[in-house]
Design a protein around this ligand. Sequence first.
Ligand SMILES: [Zn+2]
Length: 375
Amino acid sequence: MLPDVQKLIELQNADREISRLKDEIAALPKRVAVIEEKLAGTKAVLEKAKAAVKSDEAARRKYETTIQDLQQKISKYRDQSLEVKTNEQYKALLHEIQFAEQEIRINEDKILELMVNAEARDKEVRAAEAELKAEAAEIEKEKAEARQRTAEDEKQLAEWNAKRDAARAGVNPDLLRQYDRVAKYRGSGLSEVRDHKCMACQVMLRPQTYNEVRAATHVVACDSCQRILYHDPSHDQPADPAVVHKRRRAHPKFESGQAWYYRASHGDDGEVFLVFINGKGESSRRIYESGSGRKLGDTLVREGEYRLGFPEDLSDSIRLNGQWEETEIDEWGNELPTSTLDSLQRDLDMARAEAAAPHTHNRREVVHSEHPAAS
Ligand SMILES: [Zn+2]
């Protein structure tokens, strides 16, 4: 992978973390505010319930006073009735007394109603008080957590800012401008390529672009979204070694008319794939850039089968699986088809994985040979 792109990946990670931490820091006071609002609501409910109790008590006192007044009136009418001279006057007083007694009953009913209500009012007040207490405790806990979290986030933010600055300092300024420009409009400036696709915009890449990204000799941007593209070979196959081992690699036949090889370098060229084809008393050699699949130089023909004809090409090489008709290979011209390139790359990745993590059978052999008794 290009060092600049590697730095951009670090930068993108830092940018994402910074944005996440900033969002989190901004969200914490909002969470506290939501609970505070709830707390204010509960306070209002409590105040209302208490006010209702007070107004009920006042109303009750008023009814009680009214009853007392009416009782006084009645006793006054009774006294008067003893002194009346006419039957009409007596009847009138009796009527007043009956009316007052009726008024007393109405007021007594109202008091009874208030007493029944008072129980419900008390319950409301007690419930609101309990809720307020719980919410007050919760808000204190939330605030303490928010303070602690904010402090931790800010510490992490400072660290990520330092990482971000370090990553930015290491990237070519033009590339950095492109990254920033795309990131500003699209939220990210970098995208991984997997299965011939830009993972950010999901658009299939042209084979040429795909090969260039894999070759990683220069920076390539997505034609569709303009994000800078990179390819991570470790994502090409399952990371789980158990899964890798299930896909055990077929081993190339030692003697065959056609043989593919990989070399980390070839003369002045970098990584290459070579294909040798044995003919009648002679053999041919074709070389392709392993990243882009571009053919390097002309097809070379030498006397004898390829092991005799091209011995210098076979040292420090990795033998790969691959078998195509020579006429087909000729038809490819100056570039390997993507499917062929992929097949070779995959086999190379598997050969490397196999070398790095030998399966159980091989590992047992390694253990034996390393045992002191074995040597
Ligand atoms: Zn894209």
